[in-house]
Design a protein around this ligand. Structure first.
Ligand code: PAF
Length: 277
């Protein structure tokens, strides 16, 4: 497995691979890898000749400095896991390598970015779009793999590739969960033992909505789901939306692809999760 820290070295490798007619699968990450990331890498290996993973904690997508500071950085174990999972290349750039100059790009994703995560984390998706576009331009993947846990991010990335007129195929993969149902996340390791036990309540609240779909109005379902969480949770939103437009719905007839999305703090750890219907 190769590890490149410089764009020029990665470029050379990609050029050679393309010249040899190899297809490239790309898994962008911020490291602190878990089984969810590894599922993306495995799938990329099944669908493409070469798998490139990037590890870059992207400062411009953090709207909270503390969160950026506390984001787990675990390169050695990430490297080992990627190697075992069949990754061919890790791109591990520094901040200076990715952003040698002030970032000036601007993106507009309209209503997709003004709701949920976009509303709660101003500037977040702009930062995601900037880094993903730069990474796509470096890696030139045939396919790029993203987890559905970041449901809104996946929608934004699909919109970005459309805006770029890019042929890259975006593959969204199901959320990988712990045995009790908690969605895997790099941030989970920051939960205390007690918080970790309670964290599962978020996925239980989403399941409650799915199971009681026909027993309450949508507004009641959202309110009941919030009530089910322990007091330690600070809920930002539990919202039933249309999975295409991401806009809130108040009646099932308003969407042929409803998804319930949630974000909540437990202590100072922000958890997100969602469930498709
Ligand atoms: O999902 C993530 O880990 C990040 O948002 C991504 C896509 C790697 C961009 O920094």
């Amino acid at each position: 497995m190769k590890i490149f820290e410089r764009k020029a070295d990665l470029n050379q490798y990609i050029e050679d691979a393309k010249f040899d007619g190899k297809s490239i699968g790309f898994v962008p990450t911020m490291g602190a890898l878990h089984a969810g990331h590894l599922a993306l890498v495995s799938e990329a290996g099944k669908q493409c000749d070469i798998v490139v993973a990037s590890i870059f904690v992207n400062p411009i997508q953090f709207n909270n400095k503390e969160d950026l500071k506390k984001y787990p950085r675990t390169f050695e174990s990430d490297r080992e896991m990627l190697e075992k999972t069949g990754c061919d290349v890790i791109f591990f750039p520094s901040v200076e390598e990715m952003y040698p100059e002030e970032v000036e790009e601007k993106y507009n994703f309209g209503a997709l970015e003004t709701v949920m995560e976009g509303a709660a984390r101003p500037g977040h998706f702009s930062g995601v779009a900037v880094v993903v576009k730069r990474l796509f331009d470096l890696v030139h993947p045939d396919k790029a793999f993203f987890g559905k846990k970041d449901f809104q991010q996946l929608a934004i990335i699909r919109a970005l590739t459309k805006q770029m007129g890019s042929p890259i195929q975006i593959v969204g993969m199901d959320t990988v969960r712990e045995a009790d149902g908690l969605a895997m996340s790099s941030r989970n390791r920051r939960l205390s033992a007690q918080e970790r036990e309670q964290a599962v309540e978020l996925s239980q609240a989403l399941n409650f909505i799915k199971q009681n779909k026909n027993n309450f109005t949508l507004v009641q379902l959202e309110a009941n789901a919030i009530e089910k969480l322990s007091r330690n949770f600070r809920v930002e939103y539990i919202q039933i939306v249309d999975g295409h437009s991401l806009q809130s719905i108040t009646d099932w007839s308003q969407s042929n692809y409803p998804v319930v999305c949630a974000a909540a703090f437990l202590g100072d750890v922000r958890l997100i999760d969602n469930l498709e219907f």
